[in-house]
Design a protein around this ligand. Structure first.
Ligand SMILES: NC(=O)c1ccc[n+]([C@@H]2O[C@H](COP(=O)([O-])OP(=O)(O)OC[C@H]3O[C@@H](n4cnc5c(N)ncnc54)[C@H](OP(=O)(O)O)[C@@H]3O)[C@@H](O)[C@H]2O)c1
Length: 329
């Protein structure tokens, strides 16, 4: 099979499209013909060597799969050949999804929503699972509460807006002005231009000084230490970004705040919950760009650059038919 092999840590040119043996499913595993995958910041962080201790080279990387079951190993009960499936491969544990075939444990695989194309489905598994874990599992967002979602035009942010609206929350989000309409089209109630206005000032103005119930941090930097200024009493902060920089969180005491740190976990349950939102028309990933498996380096370069006009996700068509079943891609 064809696969993009990461031979050394470095720039987007570090991949080599190669022929490698097709994997074989063991007991409890499923062999999937990959129709589409997508790009996440984790992919270029891995490529650069940020996680070199966890990724032995050469490696097949990539963290989203949408495809069709080709074969099942002994003991698999939930899937048969021909099923359309989607999932995030186990992170830092075995080959990733930049390949024509992938093998995974059936416990982390879900049935792909029928109304999404493979490109769309592959654009949702990691970011959707992350947003679900952050908002539903950790923040336990409730109907009528308010949430500030940083980076509302990005891969995670644009999905988090839709999940939060489906949960009945009032959504504030930070985006650049060019993405105001995009964020509103996803359901955001209040859009804040992060380039022109301090988001804490904006939140206090828009909430009559009360602050929001939840802050979802997808950006990093000083967003954690500044979150208490934007939080209501008993507020919750959920961060999915690198916290290597020490931060002074003493202000959180005055707000009785809770902090949650999420490193996304794989399981079928989350995928099924996301699928239900998709089928109800409450969630749809936005595919902002599509590349082929051969052009994975170009896709990395685009996601890594800033101010590039990108909205939502970059999908990778591994199989030329990946766009079928799509209304808008
Ligand atoms: N812990 C986990 O399990 C987990 C899972 C998924 C992702 N992550 C991490 O979460 C982060 C976001 O991931 P992603 O997939 O959403 O990335 P992404 O698709 O690159 O989106 C990032 C978004 O942030 C926006 N942005 C940049 N600076 C901003 C600022 N100061 N204020 C508001 N928005 C800003 C960018 O908009 P512009 O177009 O305006 O630049 C872009 O839309 C990454 O660091 C990623 O590694 C962690």
């Amino acid at each position: 099979m064809k696969a993009q092999i990461l031979k050394s840590f470095g720039g987007p040119e570090s991949f080599e499209l190669s022929d490698v043996p097709k994997p074989v499913p063991s007991a409890g595993e499923v062999l999937v013909r990959v129709h589409a995958t997508s790009i996440n910041p984790l992919d270029f962080q891995v490529r650069r060597g940020d996680y070199s201790d966890y990724v032995p080279l050469p490696a097949i990387t990539g963290h989203d799969v949408s495809g069709v079951v080709e074969a099942v190993g002994p003991g698999v009960t939930n899937f048969v050949p021909g099923d359309e499936v989607w999932y995030t491969p186990q992170i830092f544990d075995g080959p990733g999804s930049y390949a024509e075939y992938h093998v995974a444990a059936e416990s982390i695989i879900g049935k792909k929503p029928s109304t999404l194309s493979h490109l769309e489905a592959a654009s949702l598994t990691l970011v959707g699972g992350t947003a679900w874990e952050a908002l539903v599992v950790r923040a336990a967002l409730r109907v009528g509460e308010s949430i500030l979602i940083h980076g509302g035009a990005g891969g995670v942010g644009h999905v988090a807006i839709q999940v939060a609206k489906a949960m009945g929350a009032k959504v504030f989000t930070t985006v650049r002005e060019a993405n105001f309409e995009f964020a509103r089209s996803l359901g955001a109630d209040v859009v804040i231009d992060y380039e022109k206005e301090d988001y804490v000032d904006a939140i206090l103005r828009e909430t009559d000084g009360h602050g929001v119930d939840v802050v979802f941090d997808t950006i990093g930097g000083n967003t954690l230490s500044r979150s208490p200024d934007a939080l209501a009493q008993l507020g919750r902060v959920v961060s999915i970004v690198d916290i290597a920089q020490p931060q002074n969180l003493v202000q959180a005491w005055g707000k009785n705040a809770s902090y949650h740190f999420v490193f996304t976990r794989q399981n079928r349950g989350k995928l099924d919950e996301l699928s239900a939102l998709v089928e109800r028309g409450q969630l749809r990933p936005h595919v902002g760009a599509v590349y082929s498996l051969a052009d994975i380096g170009l896709a990395h370069a685009l996601l890594e650059s800033r101010n590039n006009g990108l909205r939502g996700k970059i999908a990778i068509a591994v199989e030329p038919q990946a766009h079928l079943v799509s209304a808008n891609v």
